[in-house]
Design a protein around this ligand. Sequence first.
Ligand SMILES: [Zn+2]
Ligand SMILES: [Zn+2]
Length: 164
Amino acid sequence: MVNEQKDGMMRLIETLHGSGLKVTPPRLAVLEVLFDAKVPLRIKDIALRLKRRHHDSDMVTIYRTIEAFRTSHAVRRLDFEEDCAYYELLDPARDRHYMICTHCRRRLDVEGCMIGKILPAILARIPECAEITHHSVKYFGICKRCAKKEKGTAKGSQTSRSKK
Ligand SMILES: [Zn+2]
Ligand SMILES: [Zn+2]
């Protein structure tokens, strides 16, 4: 493990300690899977990855672990308007957001987070808020692939854009 990664894991473990959550081996295994993941994961993805690492855990246990992590702000739930939710680490150092194509449901990474920079301005607009602990942003649009396809079909019917 690279030092930087090790530091990241340590920071996470400290977050859990700080929130009074006991760091048990099964919890640590889930944390590691999320830490190593490059993309948000569903519960079943986490289960599969745990299995590959020889940590057999049932879905209910994983779900409960994730919920405990969410309560302690170590993990966030992402809703891509699919059947199941996705989860990823809530780590300010790797804050990222996504854009969802409303045509093909493809998920695109939004590089970097600009919200952090305007957070003081946002906070100033919420007089009753003492601290913003985290945020969730979702972008919707049409991906280039779909836009290209649509352009192709629009030749035949000019009204296709207004159709829902
Ligand atoms: Zn698309
Ligand atoms: Zn952000």
